[in-house]
Design a protein around this ligand. Structure first.
Ligand SMILES: *Cc1c(COP(=O)(O)O)cnc(C)c1O
Length: 382
């Protein structure tokens, strides 16, 4: 039993971020300003895409991706049932219909065969989610998308560092969406980014993110002379601020160091849990890079007497924060009611929903923290 509770996904925030935020406060540029442009350019270079547009969340990135693709009422967008609510809500906010597909039990990623079965004449796009940081089977998904002329959006909220067969996550589809939320691999508090190689999509996302205005405020209030803005769309208020970018510009250069730290913890967990009644994460695929965002144990509830929710409570009582990623969306009341989904529709997503537990995996963890997590899991499951 730990004295101090171990928060599930505590962000690691270092002195340069703190100094940079103070610098923004002193400068008065606390809205969208030069640091946002700098972070955008850094992220664009990191990904190697033509365009990157910063936003205030990945949810906004997903929503504006739908808007950029002109997803309209009645259009169907296929996405995995095993994902966070934001993936489906973005489709609904654009007026589209989220159509769920099942996932694979081992990879937790969307099952390409089920994806194909869900295609109808109304299907316009697919959102793939690189779950826990493991890239989806893009060599199977992209040919299906091309054959049926579907747009592809990648929800890379878990997958900033992920690569699949030599190509970076976010560069397979038409648009890639990233999150810098407090629990993610690098953080800006709240924050998101869209990457794309398509100039038209990049411009649409950028304009829609700030009221649909054709000039952003930073340029308008600069010293180059007054310029009128023009409202060209009924836009949204999704812009990132310099206070947020202040964190990002110092987090991004540490992304590989943080990744290595999580990779080491990942392997310690794998070694420590091999003999327990659990299914460990599937081995990392060859020629791919796992982003190690979530370490998920799937409890073998059929042979072990301890059920998942009892395990969650026991871990919390032992002073260790845990998470559930996720209860499949079709089991949530809203999607059941709105779209008629029910238990039985997605057997693999349900199988995972009943067994999954995420344990702490953060570059903030000390060796002692990791040892405490291992001891607690082993005590409760041995
Ligand atoms: C966190 C998350 C999001 C939403 O990201 P925000 O930046 O919090 O809006 C979307 N999809 C998945 C899979 C996520 O984990």
């Amino acid at each position: 039993m730990r004295k101090k509770f171990l928060t599930f996904a505590a962000p690691r925030i270092e002195q340069p971020e703190i100094d940079e935020v103070v610098d923004s406060l002193r400068s008065g540029w606390i809205g969208t300003g030069p640091k946002v442009r700098r972070f955008e350019e850094m992220f664009r270079a990191y990904k190697g895409t033509r365009y990157a547009v910063s936003l205030n969340s990945c949810t906004a990135a997903l929503h504006l991706s739908m808007a950029a693709l002109d997803i309209a009422p009645g259009d169907e967008v296929i996405l995995p049932a095993m994902t966070f609510a934001a993936t489906a809500n973005a489709v609904i906010h654009a007026g589209g219909v989220p159509v769920f597909a099942d996932c694979c039990r081992d990879t937790l990623n969307i099952d390409p065969d089920d994806l194909r079965k869900k295609i109808t004449r109304k299907t316009r796009a697919v959102i793939v989610v690189h779950f826990a940081g493991r890239p989806c089977a893009m060599d199977r998904i992209m040919p299906i998308a091309r054959r049926y002329r579907l747009k592809v959006i990648e929800d890379c909220a878990h997958a900033i560092e992920a690569e699949y067969h030599g190509k970076k996550a976010g560069m397979f589809g038409d648009l890639g969406c990233f999150s810098f939320y407090v629990t993610k691999n690098i953080i800006t508090g709240e924050g998101g980014m869209v990457v794309t190689n398509n100039k038209h999509y990049a411009e649409r996302v950028k304009i829609l993110a700030l009221h649909g205005m054709s000039q952003d405020a930073w340029k308008r209030f600069g010293d180059t002379g007054y310029r009128h803005y023009q409202v060209v769309y009924a836009g949204y208020k999704y812009n990132m601020t310099d206070l947020q970018a202040s964190l990002g510009i110092h987090q991004l250069p540490r992304i590989d160091a943080y990744w290595k730290k999580r990779q080491r913890i990942w392997h310690r967990y794998n070694d420590a849990f091999r003999d327990l009644p659990v299914f460990l994460p599937a081995p990392v695929e060859a020629h791919s890079r796992h982003a190690y965002h979530l370490y998920t144990l799937l409890l073998d509830i059929d042979t072990h007497k301890r059920k998942r929710d009892s395990f969650l409570n026991a871990m919390t009582r032992a002073g260790i924060g845990v998470g559930v990623h996720y209860i499949a969306l079709h089991l949530q009341p809203y999607y059941r009611k709105a779209f008629g989904y029910r238990r039985g529709d997605f057997p693999n997503a349900e199988w995972i929903s009943d067994r999954t537990v995420s344990i702490p995996l953060s570059p903030k963890l000390t060796d002692r923290d990791v040892a405490d997590v291992i001891a607690a899991v082993r005590t409760l499951l041995s």
